[in-house]
Design a protein around this ligand. Structure first.
Ligand code: ADP
Ligand code: MG
Length: 696
């Protein structure tokens, strides 16, 4: 925007905006008047119509009017003031748990009252708890119903709805005086989509007239909502394109086939690469050979062999004496990757180091030195990889595993660490959370995407069964039988509360029960509260087959690879997201033995819950599952962006507004060619150049 410094746009010219309100608005990302106009209502209330008391239904939010017939203080579990209101057709109660003498005095039988609130079934029939109300001597003296829907704004502590309405009304007056906000969606494009102009859309959305269908506003069908959705999506997409262009203008070291490392590795593998792995590697090779930084997302379902693809890409770079870094989301996974890579690379003379947060200063020192000198070619680790004291001699490629666990900022800081003489490292990003096409298009316009759409041969699909907790004893027997056949079992304990401590506790209890029930077989325990050292040693025991059943929390969700494990039991499966269940299930079915996944649920299971779990039973295809998950839970959950704060739109909702995405893509190109000035202004208006996702 023109910036908070532009006096003509300053918020402080509004009455009611002093330093404290201004500060609150700033924190909500509202630096000036135009931004205030873009602060749109979350929903609307209909106070345009009086609802006769006889028509009021539970759950309805309504404006009602009548005469107080009775008012009395009730002494139930909590003291409250109950006020009965009557009209010709019926009676309702108002219940106030907090009230003062003045209120009590005003609410006397005989006074006229107008009330807005939500009707619920209460102790005395329909009741409205703590409604808004006004009283008057007689009905005729009450205010007339509103002439428009009442907006309800998203807000923060200390800013009431009344404040918002007052501020925004002033901003609308300012807009009317000023004539117009520049409409940055070019006229011909607006016409093609039949979208209203910006000023009209904003005025309408802040004050929808009587008769406007609130559902059309909510569903995004209304042209005024669509107008703003399109503008925001457009800004977002243009922002991504700009970033991509910026990245393309950076330089990177180019790596052409050289040396024998790649060939030697391929020869030593006990299996051939799958067709999909080979294809994706070719795509990566082409990128690496160009002096422009690669930014490629590799999507591959759980178990499709992404680690191997990463290693081969790294080998290409290391063959020329450049370093590579593999970033993993958990220490468990980093250690596993470290072992896998060392197993293949060290016999060929490539040194692999693993850098973890848990290391002591003394353990860190030699690793840091090897990284700084460049003798450690292959660096594996967690967040520790981009801490301040880590210096890379020459970093040519950064691989990020399970990228949805990392924010873009973290990815960026590793890239910046690798900046050397004006060149930045290539980036490869791997994810097993398949991103549905429409979403990928809008979220990752900045990335090239490769898909590993084939599993290594000889895998038998995991057979999934949905089992009630009531049948636990049978499940334990099945596990016993599986152990007798030298199979290994994961038993995953999950809780709904987001508490590592409670989860650890539940896992420990389960561990004790199973250890007793499954004798003579060995049961192991792993959870987030254990020391890294303990975790690593339990994992090593499980990997080596010394532990038959591993009781775990969701710490094992991503990446863990123990091919001999063939049974997965997941507790409270009804509470987890589909993609998460799919990830967990992906820990088995990695070897040739037939694998099973039992989803335990606590009855009664709702219809929807049943349908969800059946999706998993019906398919092993991560893409289909992600599409379902998207429908059920929305993009934030599927992409894991909840944690990282990416993908936050102010008005658009990627799922609701998907239908606009293809058009937005087209128009973005047209705008870049024909309306470059509008592009610049649009990016500024929506801060699309400096949003989180903007930094890649
Ligand atoms: P993910 O894509 O889930 O990260 P991994 O990289 O952990 O999958 O690989 C899963 C398993 O498949 C590993 O045990 C790995 O050794 C094995 N694997 C990878 N590629 C092949 C292949 N081409 N043929 C046979 N097995 C493979
Ligand atoms: Mg993996």
């Amino acid at each position: 925007m023109a910036g908070a410094g532009d006096a003509a746009l300053a918020l402080t010219q509004l009455s009611g905006v002093g330093p404290s309100v201004q500060e609150k608005l700033h924190r909500l990302g509202i630096p000036d008047l135009p931004a205030l106009l873009f602060h749109l209502p979350l929903r609307y209330e209909d106070r345009t119509r009086l609802c006769p008391l006889g028509e009021l239904r539970p759950g309805q939010r309504a404006l009602i009017r009548g005469t107080v017939s009775r008012a009395s203080v009730q002494f139930g579990r909590r003291r409250s003031l109950l006020v009965k209101v009557r009209d010709d057709a019926g009676e309702v109660g108002l219940r106030l748990f907090y009230f003062n003498k003045a209120q009590q005095a005003a609410l006397q039988p005989g006074v006229a009252i107008q009330v807005f609130g939500e009707a619920r079934r209460g102790a005395t029939g329909l009741e409205l708890y703590h409604p808004e109300y006004v009283v008057a001597a007689e009905l005729n003296a009450l205010p007339a119903p509103d002439g428009q829907l009442t907006p309800v704004y998203p807000t923060t502590d200390g800013l009431t709805q009344r404040t918002w309405r007052k501020l925004i009304d002033q901003a609308l007056q300012w807009l009317a005086r000023r004539g117009q906000l520049p409409d940055l969606v070019p006229e011909p494009l607006r016409q093609r989509w039949q979208l209203p102009d910006l000023g009209a859309a904003l005025s309408f959305l802040h004050h929808p007239p009587v008769g406007t269908d609130p559902d059309a506003l909510k569903s995004g069908e209304h042209p005024c909502v669509a107008r703003l959705v399109v503008e925001e999506l457009l800004a977002h997409h243009l922002g991504l394109r700009q970033i991509r262009a910026r990245l393309r203008s950076e330089q990177a070291p180019d790596f052409h086939p050289q040396g024998t490392l790649v060939k030697d590795l391929l020869q030593r593998l006990p299996f051939p690469l799958t067709g999909a792995q080979r294809r994706v590697l070719q795509e990566i090779d082409r990128d690496l050979a160009r002096p422009v930084p690669m930014l490629r997302l590799v999507q591959g379902d759980v178990g499709s062999g992404k680690t191997l693809v990463a290693m081969m890409a790294m080998a290409r770079v290391m063959a020329q004496g450049w370093q590579t870094a593999l970033l993993a989301p958990t220490e468990l996974l980093a250690e596993q990757h470290g072992r896998t890579l060392a197993q293949w690379l060290e016999p060929l003379g490539v040194s692999v180091v693993v850098l973890l947060g848990k290391l002591t200063k003394k353990q860190r020192a030699p690793i840091l030195a090897a990284i700084a000198e460049g003798t450690a070619l292959c660096v594996v680790g967690t967040h520790a990889l981009f801490q301040d004291d880590v210096d890379y001699a020459r970093l040519g490629l950064v691989v990020v595993d399970e990228q949805h666990r990392f924010g873009v900022d973290q990815r960026l800081s590793l890239r910046e660490k690798g900046r050397l003489a004006g060149r930045v490292p290539h980036q490869l990003i791997m994810t097993a959370t398949p991103i549905p096409r429409t979403l990928a298009m809008s979220m990752y316009a900045d990335l090239d995407v490769s898909v590993i759409d084939e599993l290594p041969p000889g895998r038998t699909p995991v057979v999934t069964t949905v089992v009630s907790n009531a049948q636990r004893t049978d499940v334990v027997e099945r596990v016993h039988a599986a152990c007798a056949q030298a199979r290994q079992v994961y038993w995953v304990c999950t809780l709904i509360e987001d508490s590592e401590e409670l989860e650890a506790q539940a896992a420990t209890e389960l561990y004790e029960q199973l250890a007793a029930a499954l004798q003579p077989y060995r049961v192991g325990l792993i959870h987030g509260r254990m020391k890294a050292q303990e975790k690593a040693s339990v994992m090593a025991d499980f990997q080596a087959g010394h532990v038959h059943v591993l009781v775990a929390t969701t710490v094992i969700e991503v990446g863990v690879d123990v091919p001999n494990a063939s049974v997965m039991i997941i507790e409270n499966a009804e509470r987890l997201g589909l993609s998460q269940l799919h990830q967990l299930r992906g820990r088995v079915g990695r070897g040739a033995t037939a694998s099973f996944c039992l989803l335990l649920y606590q009855p009664p299971l709702s219809q929807a819950g049943k349908a969800r779990l059946n999706t998993l039973r019906a398919t092993n295809d991560g893409f289909q599952i992600a599409e379902q998950d998207l429908l059920l839970r929305g993009p934030g959950e599927v992409l894991g962006t909840r944690q990282t704060g990416e993908a936050s739109f102010r008005i658009a909702d990627l799922q609701r507004d998907q239908r606009w995405l293809p058009m937005v893509k087209d128009v973005a190109e047209t705008m870049e060619q024909q309306y470059p000035d509008a592009v610049t202004l649009l990016l500024a208006r929506w801060h699309a150049s400096d949003m989180n996702y903007g930094k890649v």
